[in-house]
Design a protein around this ligand. Sequence first.
Ligand code: UD1
Ligand code: CA
Length: 446
Amino acid sequence: MTPGSPLACVLLAAGQGTRMRSRTPKVLHEILGRTLLDWAVAACLESGPDRMVVVTNPDADAVRERLPAGVEAAVQERPLGTGDAVAAARAALGTFAGDVMVLYGDHPLTDPASLRDLRATHSEAGAAATILTFERTAAIGADFGRIVRDAGGGIERIVEVRDASAAERAITEVNSGIYVFRSEDLWPALEGLDTRNDQGELYLTDVIGALAARGRPVVGHRHAEATGGLGVNTRADLAAAAAVLRDRTNRAHMLAGATIVDPATTWIDASVELERDAVVHPFTVLRGATWVGEGAQVGPHAVAVDARIGAGALVGPFCYLRPGADVGPGAKAGTFVEIKNASIGERAKVPHLSYIGDAEIGEGTNIGAGNITANYDGTRKQRTTIGRDVHTSSDTVFVAPVTIGDGAWTAAGSVITDDIPPDALGVARTPQKNIEGYGTRKRSRG
Ligand code: UD1
Ligand code: CA
């Protein structure tokens, strides 16, 4: 096909995913905050397809609801095999003519660059079908379809491991499950498929053998790294794929100027943003719409979900920032501190053992150890507002709704139920009473 020919991407996601042993459809399992399907769809969309069809099973409403705008869904009525799934996409594509790129929805590691290379090889070779292949390793691709080549090195067919002879099983070049076909070659070949294999399914892989047998040009494009071919069939594969995506994501942040002290124990969702010179310490998890400002330090052992961490802020060790936490520039959220739906003003500090929820803390304020905002009255969440340059002492409880004026203080151990005016000291605890001679009397009674 000429490079300018129209492109349709077909993503197969109608299989049962039985090897996951899960109630959740396989393609909805998540890695770094995105489903397997989201990862695969994102890679496809970077190829700039004219049409994009995801093949789903009839019960997968949850899968169809998550498709981005412009991505069409086709339904495969019964899971009769990958060949039948592509036939379901064909029905949705109608009169489309051009290149059809087929991918499997359980390959979250597919990278856009390898898809571009695959398509370039397909165009240059004028092929009827081009397959992305790679060399299997013990960990990756061990059970993938084997690429059978003829004496001249041309691709003859693909054989699934369960249908393979011992000699075929020993082949190290395997099928990644990503292909580009000419639609004029693919559509008739689908009609010729049969179920004569161990699973009694219509195999898309048999299209390759059928085209080669008819003398149509079938070529292979070898993927440089085995990890590029990693597909997810089991939870063990899911963890292996997650580790690769974690490393890829961390590397991109490091190349963009953030420090990640220990990439192997740092999990950063695909949607998180790190500014330059942000430092992420070991055992830290950053999720959702979290943003980390320039020069901020996060961790070790910090978790942030949909949180903002201002420039130069310090978070952790052992800190949990929940949705809506907004730690201002130069502010601190320290050890064993949990913050939810609350803003910590510029240079303000919450250094130790505190829960701050549904609150606003002004600039330069210092929160003592073990302060708690009692924000929930059993039915509603109530707000605590603390002004600028406030000093709260250890073990203060704020029973919301309550407002503390600028420059105010609290006494240690106070349960603050009423507002404190600016610059005043709020004391709310029972005065101490000492009982003289108590210890002596205890001892004398034996
Ligand atoms: C398939 C390939 C194998 C390749 C491997 C790469 C076939 C016959 N085999 O094996 O050569 O090395 O992928 O990962 O194609 N699906 C449907 N409808 C169906 C069956 C499957 O939509 O009726 C979808 C699944 O949701 C999945 C994909 O197709 O996303 C692949 O199916 P799967 O059963 O996982 O194939 P493998 O055994 O992994
Ligand atoms: Ca698979």
